[in-house]
Every structure is written in C-alpha cells, then in structure tokens.
Ligand binder design. Structure first.
Ligand code: HBI
Ligand code: FE
Length: 294
C-alpha cells in the first residue's frame, strides 16, 4: 500500500538489526546511498509531483516548496532539519524502520520525526509495509512545516505515552491513522489530501479522491475512534476535515472522557456507514467487494 506504519505487535520486521541505541536512532549515512537508491527516490518523487497538483492540500504544496527537497536525490536529514526546525521546531532523525511504540511517541513528543533510513526496492514501488525514507520524508515532512500539524503530531506523541499506560492505544492510533496518514480536507476548490500515506502513494492519491468505491465522511472524533482500519490496502472510508485548524482543537482536547465513551460503544468495521454520519460520498464499495470475491 502506502508504507504507512501501524501498530505492529511484533515490533520489528524480520531482518532488522538490533536496536542501535536506546532511542533507536542511527546515522543516516547519506553518502552511502547508491545511485540506484537515489534513482528510486527520483522515480517516486517525479511520479507524485505529476499527480499531486490539484490533489494535495495547499499546506502540503507550500511546505514542499520551502523545503530543500530535490527530485533527483534522497534528502540529507541534517540539511532538511535545519530548514524545518526554523519553521516549526521539528527535526528529522534516522531510524532503521518501525520502532517500538513508546520510542516513537517519545520522539514525537520532543518534535523529532523518526524517518526510515532505507528506501524501498524497485519491485516495491507501490507497496511496502514498513515506512521508508520516501513515505516518511516526502509524505510527512512537508506537513510538519505547518504549525497546526507540528502541534498535532507532538500532542499525539504525548497522548500516545498516556494512552499506552491506560490501555487505549488502539483508539488513539485510529485517530492518527485517519488524520495524519489518510486524512482528506475540504479546501476552497474542493476535496484535498493531507494524509502522508496518501500523498506518498501514486495509486491511493487518485483512489482516495476520485474513485467511486470509498466512502468520504465528515470527521467526528468519536466516530473515528470506533473505526478499525486497513493496513494492507486502500481505505474503505476516508474522513474529511472542514479545515486543518480542526486538528488544533483536537490537539487540545482531553481524550480521557472520549476514551471512556468510546469503550462503551461497539467497534465499527472500516466500511460501515452510520445514519448519523455526514456522508460526502457514499461509496459503491466495489473495490473491496471485488477483492473479497477473489
Ligand atoms: N515507527 N518508524 C516508525 N514510524 C511509525 O509511523 C510508527 C512507528 N512505530 C509505531 C507506530 N508508528 C504506530 O504503531 C503508532 O503510531 C501507534
Ligand atoms: Fe506515516
């Protein structure tokens, strides 16, 4: 799919080395990337650059413009961080892949974004499970230039540490998933993408906005917290913000009473549509129905 990470009970994919340090950061080793690895970045970057005008939200586009991201080489995290930090206080640090939840949250709570050091193989251009440098940097870092997203993701890190202790991490992770990873937002000229899992995926950039199959539903916190998600395929429903400022209100919401209410309500499967939903598009469901019939 789109290289978006999700709660991985097993912690790490097979083949990864031992934790290199307590906070799991490693050296990016920028000069060690091969020409083939830079070429993979270029292929992905150019493909998304063609698809995203008129699809990505304004804040993504302006974040992208102001960052030292080149089409033809994997970015150097130090150079990138120097620009990002001046804007929003965030830095990008290299990690080998998925890191344990508490390590991930601690980085976010301190405005350090852990980015996969590696890049996907040429046979994985459209699908990989672990977040690589293209998903993490191209997908997430432009939005981290935006003060609202900068604050929201930090709050997610702080909330994640608490939610873990309270045994409600699944509920919080759904909010992250349907916003930071797969969120859509209403803008002046129509529906736009702000989720990193979508902007870093060629197929989902089109599917999420234009396909008749998925539902597009107005974002409501408790509704989203009840809704399971798919990690291995396109989403069956996307949740739509009226504007990105809604994330700022969310960052300052006390989730404890919300967790308590949501735990008393039934969990929803990804394709459910409720009578109380504000439905922008009622999806045909055809894409996932065809998959299930296979
Ligand atoms: N690690 N590198 C990395 N990137 C993620 O997005 C990530 C992670 N570890 C855990 C995690 N995400 C999720 O399980 C939490 O957001 C719940
Ligand atoms: Fe991600």
């Amino acid at each position: 799919m789109n290289a978006s990470a999700t709660a991985d009970k097993h912690g790490l994919a097979a083949g990864n080395a031992q934790p290199p340090s307590a906070d799991w950061t490693i050296d990016q080793g920028w000069s060690n990337y091969s020409a083939a690895e830079h070429a993979t970045w270029k292929t992905l970057f150019e493909r998304q650059s063609r698809l995203l005008p008129g699809r990505a939200c304004d804040e993504f586009v302006s974040g992208m413009k102001e960052l030292p991201l080149r089409h033809d080489e994997i970015p150097n995290f130090e150079q990138l961080s120097d620009v990002l930090e001046k804007r929003s206080g965030w830095r990008v640090v290299a990690v080998p892949g998925l890191v344990p939840d508490e390590v991930f949250f601690d980085h976010l709570a301190h405005r350090r974004f852990p980015a996969g050091q590696f890049i996907r193989r040429p046979d994985q251009l459209d699908y990989l499970e672990e977040p690589d440098v293209f998903h993490d940097v191209f997908g997430h870092v432009p939005m981290l230039m935006h003060p609202v997203m900068a604050e929201f993701i930090q709050a997610y890190g702080q909330g994640g540490l608490r939610a873990r202790q309270e045994g409600v991490l699944d509920l919080l992770a759904r909010v992250y998933w349907y916003t930071v990873e797969f969120g859509l937002v209403q803008q002046r000229d129509g529906l736009r993408i702000y989720g990193a899992g979508i902007v870093s995926s060629a197929t989902e950039s089109v599917f999420s906005l234009e396909d008749a199959s998925p539902n597009r539903i107005g974002f409501v916190l408790e509704r989203v917290m009840r809704t399971r998600y798919r990690i291995d395929d396109f989403q069956e429903s996307y949740f739509v913000l009226d504007n990105l400022e809604q994330l700022l209100a969310l960052a300052h919401t006390d989730f404890d009473p919300v967790y308590a209410r949501v735990q008393r309500e039934p969990t929803l499967v990804p394709g459910d549509v409720l009578p109380t939903d504000r439905v922008l598009t009622r999806g045909s469901g055809r894409y996932h129905a065809a998959k299930r019939a296979q």
